[in-house]
Design a binder for this molecule. Structure first.
Ligand code: DGY
Length: 326
């Protein structure tokens, strides 16, 4: 009997996952170490039983159609799945999986790192020496920022990662955690002391605002001029979810005109962000290149979970971590 065929869209996927797939399947891997070209994706998926993809791959109707009727599973090596047309998958009864849990701690840690680094001006401070700006050994208010102690932190999107962020900031002595989420109440967060408030109230009351929501039609550009205008002039905004939830022109204006104090972004539009993008000209922003889950052990576990999902379906079983379709 012929073995099922899997298309993997990038050669850099951790070998552990490729080995798992190779035990049971014929595996074709895109040859170039960059996001798969559209034509190569349309060709590569043809006749495959499963697709192992990344968040850099747009899996729309044309791609799903190009696969042919035998396509049985799509597994993305990411938590976010906004790059996959899940409505089309639902219509064709093709299950889709993501990689929740395995990267939660890692993304939550990076988020807290950005909160502290942006709040306490860490990058500015470190650069000051190299730029020759450290003139007096100590000055009363030079490079002053604001840390988490006593702060009100607003988390928009209180899923697993939002809760992970909350768990990590409580020991810093934050005075209050507010949250906004379409699903509420969220019991584990409320048990830790989080208070549910409407989005506008969260924007107004928080010293630190953290975007942790999925990108959807409801959340696209949620952080726009109206939201930044509501924030305190001392507010620090951090986004480690998806760039599309922020209107970047409005964020630029808010930072440039000191309507808010600082920001830390791990996700942007577009990715990669061009090095001459207006955001890169600001002193009060920290930009990192989508490295929320960038730890080798985490990436290995993400890849293995994606492979496990594919193997489950090919074995006639349900996916281990399916996403809701539609
Ligand atoms: C995810 O898993 O969706 C992250 O954005 C990758 O770091």
């Amino acid at each position: 009997m012929s073995r099922p065929k899997v298309f993997v869209t990038r050669p850099g996927v951790p070998q552990e996952a490729i080995d798992m797939l190779k035990e049971k399947c014929e595996v074709e891997i895109y040859s170039e170490d960059k996001p798969v070209e559209r034509d190569a994706l349309l060709k590569g998926i043809q006749g495959k039983d499963a697709l192992f993809c990344l968040l850099t791959d747009t899996i729309d109707k044309a791609v799903i159609e190009a696969a042919g009727p035998q396509l049985k599973a799509i597994a993305t090596m990411s938590v976010g799945y906004d790059h996959i047309d899940t409505k089309e998958c639902k219509a064709r009864n093709i299950p889709v999986s993501n990689t929740p849990d395995v990267s939660t701690d890692s993304v939550a840690e990076l988020t807290v790192t950005l909160l502290l680094a942006a709040g306490r001006r860490l990058i500015d401070a470190a650069a000051a020496i190299k730029k020759g700006e450290w003139v007096y050994s100590w000055s009363p208010v030079w490079l002053c920022g604001q840390g988490l102690t006593g702060a009100t932190v607003g988390i928009v999107g209180m899923g697993r990662i939002g809760q992970g962020v909350m768990r990590r900031i409580l020991p810093f002595g934050v005075s209050k955690v507010l949250y906004f989420d379409v699903f509420h109440p969220i019991k584990p967060a409320e048990e830790m002391g989080a208070e549910y408030v409407e989005f506008e109230e969260l924007a107004k009351r928080s010293d630190f605002i953290v975007a942790m929501c999925n990108l959807s039609e409801e959340t696209r550009n949620l952080f726009n001029k109206k939201a930044f205008d509501l924030m305190k002039p001392t507010a620090v905004f951090v986004n480690t979810s998806r760039g599309g939830v922020v209107n970047q022109e409005d964020l630029y204006d808010a930072l440039k005109n000191k309507k808010i104090r600082a920001a830390g972004l791990d996700v942007m539009v577009p990715e990669p962000l061009p090095k001459d993008h207006p955001l890169t000209t600001l002193d009060n922003i920290i930009l990192t290149p989508h490295v929320g889950s960038a730890e080798m052990s985490v990436r290995v576990n993400m890849a293995k979970l994606a492979a496990e999902n594919i193997l489950a379906v090919l074995d006639g079983k349900p996916m281990v971590s399916p996403v809701p379709l539609g």
